[in-house]
Design a protein around this ligand. Structure first.
Ligand SMILES: [Zn+2]
Ligand SMILES: [Zn+2]
Length: 368
């Protein structure tokens, strides 16, 4: 098989309109490209931004969204035949590999990067055409209890906090503070705990905090009922009791809200490190001089280089990051309704859309 016909997806035609079922053009990969039959695609807040908040996609609409993709390679370009039949995770950000940024070891700022569902059609589809570069191979068969569709959230929801934490140099002598324990921060808590750190989770949602305390957090703090001063005292006491030798807190903003950003920045102490993962379109008011006064470091990261995916995947396969409690699966055919529900905050967990290949074909036929 050298190309795929009859593939379908749910495309965005214009902001704030429901996604619409469409047939994809014939998928015919170039020499370095592959066609992945989608097993699952996670729904990210970036997709909500594109669909409802007027954030422009780099490729003009109509476009199929979705950048957290896992699946199986069903067609491979002539130079990359070794991928055929393999199970993969498609990185959310695929760098070009040859530009000055890539050659300088900064692939996440590659200006020629390909992000599925932003630079081209994405994973809310039966199939997706992507560069083979950076694909993360998944063992086949998978360990008992792990499904390929569930691994889709590793692209972005797991790897982005993983990269933020890796860059901080977090280790077993550190105290990590994760602000926002939701769809991304919940994984952040587990990653920090897997690396041996003592972990504090801060959120405004009791359920999320309960989940965090069952999955790696040594202390959970409810920011809806505790002010910054109270949070600081609690974190300081916890740090003292956990007796780690690391200098300075390692704080990670994963809520993507101005309130969370203000809290994370407000927790800076001497020698602290602040990793920014969450995206908030609105601004937060901060006293920047605190960075100077505390000799602190603040750093962001745009996704995660593909070469770090295998290490993040390994933590999942070893059971050090539990995905199941943080996700819910829905049929791809529910995509229009599910995206609206996520936008209304009516869905609490990270949604993974998985195509029912037979059902989708029926619907497509009915359209014709
Ligand atoms: Zn995302
Ligand atoms: Zn590049």
């Amino acid at each position: 098989m050298t190309n795929i016909q009859g593939a379908y997806g749910y495309q965005l035609n214009a902001p704030s309109t429901p996604l619409q079922l469409c047939e994809l053009p014939i998928l015919n990969p170039g020499p370095e490209e592959v066609v992945v039959q989608v097993a699952g695609c996670g729904v990210c807040h970036t997709d909500i931004g594109f669909a409802f908040d007027g954030v422009p996609t780099r490729h003009p609409l109509p476009l199929i969204l979705g950048h957290e993709i896992s699946g199986r390679v069903v067609v491979a370009g002539e130079n990359v035949g070794s991928w055929l039949g393999r199970c993969v995770i498609v990185p959310a950000v695929i760098p070009c590999g040859t530009c000055p940024a890539c050659l300088a070891g900064r692939p996440t700022i590659c200006q020629k990067q390909f992000m599925p569902g932003n630079d081209g059609n994405g994973g809310f589809a039966s199939h997706v055409l992507v560069p083979s570069r950076g694909l993360c191979a998944v063992p086949d068969p998978l360990p008992f209890g792990v499904n390929l569709e569930v691994l889709s959230v590793i692209a972005d929801a797991v790897t982005t906090p993983y990269e933020a934490i890796r860059r901080s140099g977090l280790g077993s002598e550190d105290v990590a503070v994760i602000v926002g324990a939701g769809g991304v921060g919940g994984f952040g808590v587990q990653i920090a705990a897997a690396l041996g750190a003592a972990v504090v989770a801060i959120d405004v949602d009791r359920e999320r905090l309960d989940l965090a305390s069952r999955h790696g957090a040594g202390l959970v703090l409810d920011a809806s009922s505790t002010d910054l001063k109270g949070l600081k005292v609690a974190v300081r006491t916890f740090s003292k009791e956990s007796a780690r030798k690391g200098i300075g807190l390692k704080i990670f903003e994963m809520s993507g809200t101005p309130a969370g950003q203000t809290t994370a920045f407000g927790l800076l102490d001497h020698g602290a490190y602040l990793g920014v993962v969450g995206f908030a379109p609105k601004t937060a008011e901060l006293r920047f001089s605190n960075l100077m006064a505390f000799d602190a470091t603040a750093r962001g990261n745009w996704g995660c280089p593909p070469d770090q995916y295998p290490a993040a995947l390994q933590l999942v396969l070893e059971g050090k990051i539990a995905l199941a409690p943080y996700i819910e699966l829905h049929a791809l055919e529910e995509a229009p309704a599910i995206l609206e529900a996520v936008a209304r905050h009516a869905v609490r967990k990270r949604v993974i859309l998985h195509p029912n290949h037979r059902e989708g074909k029926h619907r497509l036929e009915a359209l014709k």
